[in-house]
Design a protein around this ligand. Sequence first.
Ligand code: NAD
Length: 495
Amino acid sequence: MPNLNPEVTKFLSPQPLPMYIGGRWTKAISGATFETRDPGNGTILARVAAGDVADVEAAVVAAQEAFQKSGWATMPVNDRAVILHRLADLITKHQEILSQIESLDVGKPRGQAAAFDVPHAAQTFRYYADLAVHTRRREPIAVSGFDAHTVRVPYGVCGFIFPWNFPFLLVGWGVAPALAAGNTVVIKPAEDTPLSTLYFAKLAEEAGVPPGVINVVTGLGETAGTALSRHPGLKRMSFTGSPEVGRLIAEACGRNLVPVKLELGGKGAAVIFDDVNVDAVAEALAGAVTLNAGQVCCTATRWLVHEKIRDKFVEKATATLGAMKIGYGADADTNIGPVVSEKQRARVLGYLDKGVKAGARLLLAGGRAEVKGHEQGYYVKPALMTGDPGNVCAREEIFGPVAYVMTFNDEDKVVELVNSSSYGLANSVWSNNLDRANRVAEQMVAGNSWINAHNLFAHGLPYAGCNLSGCGGGVLGPETLSDYLRNQTVARPLG
Ligand code: NAD
């Protein structure tokens, strides 16, 4: 492994890596394990405890006890905020270690993890800790004949299931508001990328989060994930991942009447009008579609280009994509790391084949990439396709560095084309005519409409999907804290 911080080597040394339940580091009750691999060279990074229904049961019980007895739910909100700020400080202090772990496990360029994933997650804890301090927990209700008020209290145990593309960042987005509100949590990270979530639990312990408030059950989706989503002890559930699994989670939660948040996939469009700086937009979108090797739910994968600038745009985009350095995540000059697994690479390559067989044309061929010294890694070249809007590659989420180019010459028709997708996560419009940009932005049906940019995230900017991209309120907004506070009406008749 390349120049690892000694702390990373030490963290990876116990075999298997234990999970964290009730403040204890523990093996799976069954003794089972699974392996997590470095996608940059295919080697095993660690064997990890494979939890199942029994471990999930232990974690939910620990979280219930911590909710009732640890003082986390009832402590003054300022005291909870102090602990969460301490956790954010520790994340910042361990940024290099966390970035290395994330880069090793996901394959992403280390610099990207250090510049975005890790600091953004730390900031998420600060944002919700501060917001919680300034959120009123009691509101008077003015109804004639009553002395009444609303009290806002945490729900109890909240379950979280996360995907593998931004494991550390998404833990922050998910659990920070739940914890700041006073809930306790059980987290099931993706089996491909459990490492940074385990390190997060270690930092939470060091920050003074009481035992049982944060529990991490590592394991497979079909076992640990299913058990968590079906657990009747949950008061809320949050799932980030594919629509297919999202449906199963929603069904399981529906049976227990557990409210559920779903953050699912996307097939984002970028609409590019003919009044833009063509080269700059082509470069920006080439960057967007290759970020995290294209494994970004909200990224722009349908490029709808005004016919007048189409050729110039495609020329610049193919040149930019073609010049990107594909390489190992720890190498400083890497633009595009590997995709997360052999399975994911097969999925991306399979889509290119299916798309071409169905009539799409490759403007930039894409395909398997070889990286010298890392021949066993799961590398993929960026691809640019074009063709009919009905093509499978124009409709379905590929989750790799692949964009599909289509042209337009009419504003209404392009909005129709954007909205023909079953997804509704994020689209962007690019134009120097801001009236038009705002008009189109408001007409595109999705949780997020960005103008002259794609992949925009900030604390306080709500981020959610609609249609096949999710439901339940989203993340990152001030409202997300309220999602984790239950309203209770207290009333007394007067006279
Ligand atoms: P996935 O749905 O296969 O897996 C997500 C998680 O669910 C993993 O932890 C997995 O172990 C677990 N899981 C799998 N089967 C399960 C089951 N039967 N019951 C319970 N849990 C189960 O998704 P993925 O491949 O890990 O991630 C990619 C998907 O996530 C893409 O569709 C992407 O767009 C989406 N995503 C969405 C957002 C968002 O904010 N909207 C963010 C990141 C990723």
